[in-house]
Design a protein around this ligand. Structure first.
Ligand SMILES: [Zn+2]
Ligand SMILES: [Zn+2]
Length: 528
């Protein structure tokens, strides 16, 4: 592998070891930067920044995010009001001047933050459109990381030093709150466009591969704009700091409420998660460490974020631990919306079929959701129109409706989920069929439906498909297509093949016979 310039090989090796390494090492890393009695502020901040460095190294390998380079060389001294000058001034005021007791100019902080935001916009407009503007001369930073890291240091220092945060709030009044909690994140013009298109696509019953590809292009363009991402460590740190404030004044309560709303939205909404990536999760660690904060966060709709982080995330291990020791109260006060988001996040936990901890998280979640909210969250999850395949929720809803006692204990839930592993392919295909939109059904005739190669209905539907004009709907034909894929009977002896009529089954029997016996032997060898 070619090493990017300036790459520290030892650090990379360490990172690779951590990623594939033993669970204990993973856990140790997950807890780095957790404040404890006797640890000095600087030590804790440094540990957290060390994690940020790992994120940067990952970016260097993948070429994304923080690896982005500036467009103007940094001069000495840095140009006044330029990016590096602004970031350094912010850092000097909050960290050095405060610690040297040299009367820090806290009142300048909101204006400096606004300036950083402006310059990030200038830079990313250039990155996405390649149009040079006069202000580009102020974008004098070597790498995006050279902006994000010092800002993160400032954010963490304020978060871990409440008297300093209070002094800053007192000196800036409502201005700090406005800049940190009221101004909308700068996600860039292309992102808004991409989000609108995606929404339209989800509503469309006829969206096909070409439409998906077009939206993909717009989304890729939007992904080049990282203005919000570059600053998210700092803003995440600040919002967590506002949640951790101890004084219960009116002002504090208002800041807490706004911070909670923002953090929940940023971390639960799929689009926002895409924009902020692991950096937001990283800055949210203190919430996962502290059960009191976690309950508030989950009750405000953050359950989806917590479960989502049990999927692919740098905080996977702490998120899993947090779910498994989640106080009961965190499962309460959930809404239709928050439960829907939570079930969608469960779909991101892909390895629950193979490994213990993800299965525990899945079991724990289903158990708690069913106990409090019954079958409806699972039914709503199974009717999701997104591309993710909610087969598991079709299955759960189906099982819960069956005669007999629904699962009451966690052990019973675990059993139910384990049985899902043995679900015959044929059943899974039927579930998936009913989840395809109309264009999807037309284009998947070959892959779903009757297993008789010479099925006359399949031949007829393929003939009708040739005559189909996109945009012209025909309810009768569509119902015929849907029924063909949905109302199938599986081979009663092996359950791996499905047929639309007894005639089709008879016609396919000569070619299925040997396979059927083989399948049955396999199934007997591994009893369920
Ligand atoms: Zn057939
Ligand atoms: Zn069979």
């Amino acid at each position: 592998m070619d090493m990017p310039p300036g790459m520290d090989f030892d650090a990379l090796q360490q990172l690779v070891n951590i990623m594939k390494g033993p669970h204990e090492e993973m856990i140790r890393v997950q807890h780095l930067g957790r404040p404890a009695y006797g640890k000095r502020l600087k030590h804790v901040v440094d540990e957290r920044l060390q994690l940020a460095h790992s994120a940067y190294q990952m970016n260097q390998i993948t070429g994304g995010g923080f690896a982005g380079k500036g467009v103007v060389k940094l001069s000495n001294p840095p140009i006044e009001n330029g990016m590096m000058w602004t970031v350094e001034t912010l850092r000097k005021i909050v960290i050095e001047d405060y610690e040297n007791r040299s009367n820090p100019e806290f009142s300048r902080v909101p204006a400096l933050l606004t300036r950083i935001r402006e310059l990030l916009r200038v830079y990313y407009n250039f990155k996405v459109t390649a149009v040079r503007t006069a202000d580009l001369k102020y974008c004098d930073f070597p790498r995006i990381f050279d902006i994000s890291l010092p800002m993160h240091e400032v954010g963490l220092t304020l978060q871990l030093d409440p008297p300093r945060l209070k002094a800053l709030i007192d000196a800036t009044g409502s201005e700090l709150e406005r800049v940190v909690l009221d101004v909308a994140p700068d996600i860039g013009p292309y992102r808004a466009l991409a989000m609108n298109y995606e929404k339209e696509l989800r509503r469309s019953e006829e969206a096909d591969d070409t439409d998906n590809l077009n939206v993909g292009h717009i989304t890729d363009k939007a992904d080049e704009d990282l203005a919000a991402y570059a600053a998210v460590w700092f803003y995440g740190d600040m919002m967590v700091a506002f949640l951790m404030e101890k004084e219960a004044t009116e002002d504090q309560k208002r800041r807490e409420k706004k911070s909670l709303q923002r953090l929940v939205f940023w971390s639960s909404n799929k689009q926002m998660r895409r924009i902020y990536g692991d950096c937001l999760t990283d800055s949210m660690r203190p919430i996962y460490w502290e059960p009191r904060l976690l309950v508030k966060f989950c009750q405000a709709g953050g359950l989806a974020a917590l479960l989502g982080d049990c999927g692919m995330s740098t905080c996977k291990a702490i998120a899993e631990d947090a779910v498994l020791s989640l106080p009961d109260a965190a499962w309460e006060k959930q809404t239709k919306r928050s439960l829907f988001d939570a079930t969608q996040s469960l779909l991101d936990i892909t390895e629950w079929r193979e490994s213990r901890k993800p299965l525990d998280v899945f079991t724990m979640s289903c158990y708690n959701i069913y106990k409090r909210y019954g079958i409806s969250p699972f039914e709503r999850a199974s009717k999701n129109e997104n591309w993710d395949e909610p087969v598991i929720f079709h299955y759960i809803s189906h099982q819960l409706k069956k005669e007999g006692l629904p699962p009451k204990t966690q052990a019973e839930w675990r059993g139910l989920l384990r049985d899902f592993e043995n679900l015959p392919d044929s059943l899974e295909r039927r579930y998936r069929w009913s989840n395809l939109n109309i264009s999807g059904q037309w284009s998947c005739i070959e892959f779903y439906g009757c297993d008789n190669k010479a099925c006359p209905e399949k031949a007829e539907l393929m003939r009708l498909r040739k005559r189909r004009v996109k945009g012209v709907r025909d309810a009768e034909t569509e119902a015929r297509l849907y029924d063909w894929g949905k109302k199938l009977k599986s081979c009663s002896s092996c359950h791996t093949k499905t047929y639309c009529t007894p005639d089709c089954q008879k016609a396919a029997w000569p070619s299925h016979k040997a396979e059927c016996a083989r399948e049955r032997r396999n199934q007997n060898a591994f009893p369920t």
